[in-house]
Structures are given as C-alpha cells and as structure tokens.
Write a new protein. Sequence first.
Length: 375
Amino acid sequence: MPTLFFHFQFWFFHGNTLSLGHSLAVNTISLALFATTLALLFVAGPARAIQRSTGLFPAIETSLGRLPAHAIRLCSIYVLVDTLSRTLAISAGWQLPFILRRDVARHETAITATLLLLYLAYTARHQSMDRFTLRLSLAVLIAAALRVHEGWPEIFSTRPASTDFHTLEELALTIAPLGLLAAAHTPKIRHFAFPLFASLFLVGLINLATHNSGFAGPKGLVNIANALWGGAAGSAVPGSMMIAIITTFGAARFSLRELATAAYTKTIFALTLAAIAALTAWRTRETIVAFYELHSDLPATVLAITAAILTADALHNRPTPPKQINWIATLALLTALAVAYAVANTNAIPNQSWLLPSYITAFAITIAGRKLQRS
C-alpha cells in the first residue's frame, strides 16, 4: 500500500498538510489522527466484512443486494478510470514538455499516454515492481530534502501560506475510495495509516524547508516541484522529471489491478482501457490547476458510504445470502447521499465537508435497521 501515497503526484497535490495555519506539533498530531481515522473508517471496518466473504464485491452484494452492488461496481470503475486518466494526463500533458524541452503536439501526448497505459497494464500483475517504485520514491524525497537543506534549521518557526486546494476534506474524499478498494489487501490499520502519515509528514517537512530555502513559488506557496526543480537550469530538469513520473507507476498499477477486479469480463476491462486512453487524450490540454478539481465526487462519495455500511454489518455480525435488494442498506445509502447533497449545497460549510456526515448517517441507519430487523 505505500505506493498509493509515495509518489510525485500525491505529494504535489496533497503535500501541504503541515501548512494549515497551526504549529508544526499541532499539525503533526492532527495528521496522525487524520490518517488513523481514515484507516479505521474506510479500511479496517470493510476489511472485517470482506474476510467473511470471497472479496470486496461479494461482500457488497451480501450487505446491499445484487442490484445496488452493480451500481457500486460501476462507481468504482468510474473512480479508477478518472484516477488513471488524471495520472496519465499529468505525466504526458504537463510533464512531458519539460522532459523534451519543447512544445508537444496533442497526438504526441496521446500516443505517449497510450503507451504508458499499455505498459502499466502489462506489468500490473508483477507486484514485485512496486518495491522498486517505492525505493525510487524514497530516493526522490531524499534528493528533494538535500536540495533544500538550507531551509531545515527554520522549519519549526515557519508558517508558509496555505491554499484551499490542500484541505483535509478533499484529501479524505480522494483517499476514501482507495481505502475501500485496498481493504481486501490491507486488513490492518497500520498498513494503511502509517504509509499515509509518513508520506504526508515527510513531504510536508520538505515543503517547510523549501519555503525557507528561496525556492518558494508565487505568494510563498510551495510544493514538491519547487523543492526538486525550483531555480534549476532547464538542462537539469528532464532526468529528474522522468524519475518523478516513474514514481506514479506503483499507484497506477494498483488502480489497474482493482479495475481488472471491478470489470465484469476481460472484454469490459479492455473497453475501460480504451476509455482511459480516450479520456487521457482529452485531458492532456487541461492546465495543472484544473487537476486539483475532482471529477468523481459522487462516485467517490458512494464508495465512502458503502464503506460505512460494510463496517456496520461487520460489527453486527451479519453474514447472510445476498438478495436482489437489501432495503435497509439501500435506504442507508440513499439517505446518506441526500445528506451529502444537503451539506454540499450549504454555503456556510466548506467544500467536501459532506463526507463524515454522510458516513455517520449510513452507519447509524444500517446499525439501527439491523437491530430492528433482528428484534
């Protein structure tokens, strides 16, 4: 699971969690609690339900019924396709011009992204390659830390500017679906929480040092790209930029393995690969700022709510044969979605703050419904 969080794109978009306006100690404690809570809600609970079944989707069928399980399977496919196309579009559309040191035609980015996708799909079965990717990611972090060494003495007194892009709510909505999909492989909290915390903590420290080293971007904003390439000569960028792309391969392979599981047949899996290639070609011209925005809020929320229902059923000890529709769990899912919609449309509440209320709603309704059903 470390490869889900130890890669360049994760650091780039979510690396400022130690710069949320508090002291370093307070932010570190908050980050540790955040990682542990996510692992508890979206990994440990569903993993217990999955252990009583033959996999994630059979467990979902047992809790919600066959028909809702099909919808949830489609949501997982959507999230994975969106995640993979985003990863490939950033690599081929944004980073490739820096590597080649020239403007890149759209057909070149499309061909590059397609070749990368085929390579990753072919190597996804070889999980041993993920260990190499993880070591490479650690080497990138070390290189970034050494490059901003002048800023390390001042990290405890640094309060760099933060940004609304790097909120814990948005990070939680990004990670929650991955936690559910990883639950079948990571039953223990520490196997998910520690890599998440370690990745965010290390890159957060590097960002603090970057702020003090003179490599900060406009308005004092910093990220891992500033640490690696801020103030660097153009000739020094291509090699390290290529290595940064390779660090994303482990997370991409995980997504492809889960996509193969979610797809009903090999034919559907092949069609989803074609959809990823087409979507990537379309997204390669998006600006880097556009990639901060999630395009899968609804499917990601459905998967997060599903984790709550599985957790409730795991605590309720409910291994029963699947039905077409389990009305209690389905009611919990629909009610939680309504709560999420209501919270999302409340102007006084920040974006992505609907995740926890919808999770609690689904969990409470499922537990209460099961108890009434038993009595």
